[in-house]
Ligand binder design. Structure first.
Ligand code: C5P
Length: 233
């Protein structure tokens, strides 16, 4: 059984590069995240292949549409056998309820989490689209709605984890990108936490891309992250 907290982000343009990496990893030691780029290029066959290879797949397509359309997309994702999928919290209560209802009816329901406020959005960006609450308050509002509508948790910044964990308890799943092991390049990430810090703060799953995907030995890098969590969290 896979109890890894690490979700490796497959930010690759195609199948060949993806499979080169996944062949070097171990489905018992990590899970995989497929986002818009890879899905748009390779679609369901790649997901099915990775699931056949034994991997848990987080389909990160951030659905945001009318409730009926999002519910149908969630069912389609569940039919593919993904382990986790997500919707934008800003799609609203009715949309989240429809997504939850669709997933709940499924014979093998995936985890369903909501994206709160994208960490790329500044307060100025939020003001410009008419979201006038401070970012941290907006994140709480979205997380509260996700909890109330029966979703399993949220994707959030590691900086927000301890507050959300305190407020929403142990059963609320917190998924955090922006993770960098000690000494690793930050690349374009601005506010980062180490794996151990994020887990100590209350994160359940860590989305980690380049520190693993660009490592000379990806499995070794993954194992070093596991060790860092074991020793320090
Ligand atoms: O390579 P790196 O570890 O920075 O990859 C992080 C992954 O998490 C990327 O797929 C990125 O798009 C995603 N992500 C993020 N910050 C968010 C939401 C998603 O870095 N707020």
């Amino acid at each position: 059984m896979n109890n890894s907290r690490v979700i490796v982000s497959l930010d690759f343009p195609g199948q060949a590069e993806t499979l080169l990496l996944t062949a070097k990893l171990d489905p018992k030691r990590c899970r995989l995240k497929i986002g818009m780029e890879l899905f748009t290029r390779c679609g369901p066959p790649l997901i099915e292949k990775l699931i056949r290879d034994g991997y848990d797949v987080f389909l990160d397509l951030k659905y945001h549409d009318i409730p009926n359309t999002v519910a149908a997309a969630c069912t389609a994702a569940a039919d593919l056998g993904v382990w986790m999928l997500n919707v934008h919290a800003s799609g609203g209560r009715e949309m989240q309820c429809a997504a939850h209802e669709a997933i709940s009816k499924h014979s093998k329901p995936p985890l369903l989490v909501a994206v709160t406020v994208l960490t790329s959005m500044s307060q100025t960006d939020l003001d410009e689209i008419g979201m006038n609450s401070p970012v941290d308050k907006q994140v709480l509002t979205f997380a509260k709605m996700a909890k109330e509508t029966g979703l399993d948790g949220v994707v959030c910044s590691a900086q927000e984890v301890s507050q959300l964990r305190n407020q929403f308890g142990v059963d609320f799943c917190l998924v955090t990108p922006g993770i960098r092991p000690d000494g690793a390049s930050h690349n374009d990430q601005k506010r980062v936490m180490t794996p151990a810090e994020a887990v100590s703060a209350g994160s359940d799953y860590l989305v980690i891309g380049r520190p693993i995907t660009r490592a000379k030995d990806p499995l070794e890098s993954l194992m070093a992250i596991e060790k860092e969590i074991r020793d320090n969290a």
